[in-house]
Design a protein around this ligand. Structure first.
Ligand SMILES: Cc1ncc(C[n+]2csc(CCOP(=O)(O)OP(=O)(O)O)c2C)c(N)n1
Length: 650
């Protein structure tokens, strides 16, 4: 049976439908989103909550001439479905498929690429400034931002700038009272007060539009009404804060009532000034399991549609879980330990810590910069703050790490989660730059564990250390430790040789040690004997270990799940250059100088030749090629003689 969704290839098709047909379309869109996300995983609850808002915006405005910037972009699935991507929607978040976030290269309707939060108002304001320079004033530039993302400082920097400019500009606040967990902070409480005060002032907006239509005296009447309103402000006007910042505040509006949304947006369209439209939605709307558990369904893996049960792949613990468990142990033993998250308590594994130690747990909102300087303050009071943050989001805090933590040598611990390839969230979320932006800062220590025991040891070491420490770890499971395995005592800056070899050494860090050990097994079956060292530390480097290795071989490979241009391998090269060791052949395996696409973590590591097979292949290719070059030439053919190539020159 044909559906309404079948009829929609672009936003213009929406305009052919009546509102009750749009309501049916909203139902179909929800079904499609639930179905696809139940297989692919993804940001279900946020997207379900924004379906009517998406349809209303596209119904009233004319994308791509009018531009809609989705903050974070995780709520944009309905937008993708009505802007020409419904036939490929099954591929969302898969390798080479539709992106889970807006992406300029994917569609002219994706006005701005997003993934990190709180950028939409700045981007839309920049678009509005450009529009005005080009003289196309009537086009609407629209930022759609959630209440969670409104906890990010950039949103206020942009509001501060926008209200003053008086540009034709619309900010839609999609308020569902949730970030990933419950929204935190004074702004969230303020928005809540507006909603519960039950004051609907869109009547004001409609009155303004009506007055404007009166010939000759309309404008004067509007000015008079505004003057009267001005004198009453603060007594009766909700959203006074936004009004004072230069916006016309409208709301709160029911974000699932398509008819009202469309009516209000049509009025908004006529007003050429900064408008702040406050829309109230339910996160997870239309699917009982996500309405009941919006946090769990914020970002989900594949799940059973009937029961809402997430389909677990294994029982192994992740690095994140080990971190959460370790934090509880540390907090139990040391009352100085406190934890800080920037709105990611669940994602960083701190939920249980928050329950057990509510006073020692701080969710500061989506405010990574603030989180770091806040931690600096706590450290100065004698506490041992652990800032748990994803590598990609810590990028925002670079100056705070330099200026507020490292320069003052404060003992702040950075638990840098999702360091490496994260998978389906793609280029906005891969954590492949943190070694680069951390290792050159004086006083900083940077390490990465290869397993759970090493991770626990590293956190204990970090607590004993009187200075800033970053411990990076990836988004993956930790190999189960054998019951007999014990924590190895090691000091800061101490790596280890895990396996000896005669055909060159791999120096790896973190999970790449395990991949290198696998690669070693593959090569061993071919008669190639490779040694593996576990560096553990990016800073300080274990130069004594490297010197030992270089006493045995002049052939090393450095492997990391990080950008090559500034990573661990670069640090090793810098050290070799300082030592003037020019006779060492260094092969560096890591992430080349490009943004890595989306896809399964394993798939992407395979493409990057960072899987065991990929590593084995690169070692085989590069080292065998080098050996061939060193072999005596067969004078007859001019080619390298074969047959002896696997006996590497140490
Ligand atoms: C800088 C940054 N930090 C953290 C995140 C992770 N994150 C993604 S969505 C989200 C919550 C956003 O809440 P809100 O804007 O209210 O949208 P909702 O999901 O409630 O619709 C967070 C914390 C991010 N995307 N960017």
């Amino acid at each position: 049976m044909a559906t309404y969704l079948d009829m929609i290839d672009c936003p213009a098709d929406l305009k052919k439908l009546h509102v009750d047909q749009l309501e049916r379309l909203a139902g179909e869109i929800r079904e499609r989103i639930i179905d696809v996300v139940s297989h692919n995983g993804g940001h279900l609850a946020s997207s379900l909550g924004a379906v009517e808002l998406t349809l209303a915006l596209h119904y009233v405005f004319d994308s791509p001439a009018d531009k809609i910037v989705w903050d974070v972009g995780h709520q944009s699935y309905a937008h993708k479905l009505v802007t020409g991507r419904k036939d490929r929607f099954e591929s969302i978040r898969k390798i080479d498929g539709v992106s889970g976030f807006p992406k300029i290269a994917e569609s002219p309707h994706d006005a701005f690429g997003t993934g990190h939060s709180s950028t939409s108002i700045s981007a839309a304001l920049g678009l509005a400034a450009g529009r005005d320079l080009r003289g196309e004033h009537e086009r609407k530039m629209i930022a759609v931002i959630g209440d969670g993302s409104m906890t990010g400082g950039m949103a206020y920097e942009a509001l501060n700038n926008a209200g003053q400019t008086m540009r034709n500009f619309l900010v839609v606040l999609n308020d569902n009272k949730m970030a990933i967990s419950k929204s935190v902070g004074a702004m969230s409480a303020y928005l809540n007060r507006i909603i519960t005060s039950n004051f609907y002032n869109h009547v004001k907006l409609e009155l303004e539009v009506l007055l404007m239509r009166i010939p000759r005296i309309g404008k004067m009447l509007v000015r008079f009404a505004q003057k009267v309103e001005e004198s009453l402000k603060g007594l009766v006007v909700p959203g006074i804060l936004f009004e004072e910042m230069g916006f016309c505040y409208i709301g709160p509006v029911d974000g699932h009532d398509l008819r009202s949304l469309i009516r209000i947006l049509k009025s908004v369209k006529k007003l050429e000034k900064p408008i702040f439209l406050h829309v109230v939605t339910t996160k997870g709307k239309g699917y009982l399991h996500s309405e009941n558990n919006p946090e769990g369904f914020h970002g989900t893996g594949s799940f059973d549609q009937e029961t809402g049960e997430v389909l677990k792949k294994t029982d192994n613990k992740s690095y994140t879980t080990i971190f959460g468990d370790t934090m509880i142990e540390l907090a139990r033993a040391d009352s100085r330990v406190v934890a800080i998250t920037a709105a990611m308590s669940h994602g960083t594994g701190l939920s249980r810590f928050a329950e057990l130690y509510p006073k020692r747990f701080f969710d500061v909102g989506i405010a990574e910069e603030h989180a770091v300087t806040f931690a600096a303050g706590l450290a100065l009071q004698g506490y041992r703050p652990v800032v748990a943050v994803y590598s990609t989001f810590l990028q925002r805090s670079y100056d705070q790490i330099v200026h507020d933590v490292c320069l003052q040598k404060l003992p702040v611990i950075f638990a840098v989660d999702r360091a490496g390839i994260v998978g389906e969230d793609g280029p906005t979320h891969h954590g492949v730059f943190d070694i680069g932006y951390l290792r050159h800062i004086p006083n900083m220590t940077v390490m990465q564990p290869k397993d759970a025991l090493e991770m626990q040891r590293m956190f204990r070491l970090a607590l004993e250390h009187n200075g800033p420490v970053a411990i990076r770890y990836p988004r993956c499971e930790v190999a189960k430790a054998a019951a007999t395995e014990k924590e190895q005592p090691f000091a800061i800056g101490e790596g280890e040789i895990v396996r000896h070899g005669t055909g060159g050494y791999v120096i790896a860090i973190g999970e790449m040690v395990n991949a290198a050990l696998e690669a070693r097994r593959i090569l061993a079956a071919e008669g190639i004997d490779v040694g593996v060292a576990n560096a553990r530390f990016v800073k300080p480097l274990d130069t004594a270990l490297f010197e030992t290795l270089l006493g045995m071989t002049k052939r090393i490979a450095v492997i990391e799940e990080h950008a090559l241009s500034c990573g661990f391998g670069s640090a090793v090269l810098e050290w070799l250059a300082t030592k003037k060791m020019t006779d060492v052949a260094v092969l560096r395996l890591g992430i080349p100088d490009r943004f890595v696409e989306q896809g399964g973590r394993g798939e992407l590591l395979g493409r990057l030749a960072l899987s065991p097979e990929g590593i084995a292949r690169r070692l085989r290719d590069e080292w065998l090629r080098a050996d061939r070059l060193q072999q005596p030439q067969d004078p007859g053919s001019g080619r390298a003689a074969s047959g002896t190539i696997i006996n590497f020159q140490p």
